[in-house]
Design a protein around this ligand. Structure first.
Ligand SMILES: OCN(O)CCCc1ccccc1
Ligand code: NI
Length: 183
């Protein structure tokens, strides 16, 4: 099982590099890895397991965070309408996005960043993501609000981008233009 010792922390170069596409169809090993990533996220949200294994709660995970420079992400969370997102994706790609931006008023954190970084992280308010899910289906996800934010945070990891790279250095709490808080 994946635990915090497997999570790569900022400063490790893999977090600043673009990851490689997974060859399709994914190998048994890629599928196994993605299943373990989903399980880690679920475990991190289970009070007992998280306490027992000292897991930091997360809503998503990208393969570079476990030292694998491959375009794979896992998510497990409910959005503000209680819609559950729980799956793994190979080669997720943002194929279109809104002009409008959104952001979490509480800012963002990251399992690979052991410190608070204050400020708003501007993200597209709506995105369309094409990907291959764990079941091997080509899917097209139309995401908005919190779901759009989580997926952008994870896809950023595949491109070597950390959430704090997007915070306005001069004015961290500057409201981005055409932006509305998502919470
Ligand atoms: O990359 C996964 N991660 O570090 C876990 C937290 C993900 C996250 C996503 C959106 C907003 C806040 C935090
Ligand atoms: Ni992260």
């Amino acid at each position: 099982m994946i635990t915090m010792k497997d999570i790569v922390r900022e400063g490790h170069p893999i977090l600043n590099h673009s990851a490689k596409d997974v060859s399709i169809p994914p190998t048994e090993q890629d599928i196994e890895t993605l299943k373990k990533m989903i399980q880690f996220i679920k475990n991190s949200q289970d009070e007992k397991i998280a306490e027992e294994y000292e897991l930091r709660a997360g809503v998503g995970l990208a393969a570079p965070q476990i030292g694998l420079s491959k375009r794979m992400i896992a998510v497990h969370f409910e959005d503000f309408n209680n819609q559950l997102y729980s799956d793994g994706y190979f080669n997720p790609k943002i194929v279109s996005h809104s002009v409008e931006f959104t952001y979490l008023s509480s800012g963002e954190g990251c399992l690979s960043v052991d410190r608070e970084v204050a400020g708003y992280v501007p993200r597209y308010a709506r995105i369309t993501v094409s990907a291959i899910n764990l079941a091997g289906e080509h899917v097209k996800l139309r995401l908005r609000g919190y779901a759009a934010i989580v997926f952008q945070h994870e896809i950023d990891h595949l491109n070597g981008v950390m959430f704090y790279d997007r915070i306005n250095k001069q004015e961290p709490f500057l409201i981005p233009e055409h932006a509305k808080a998502c919470d």
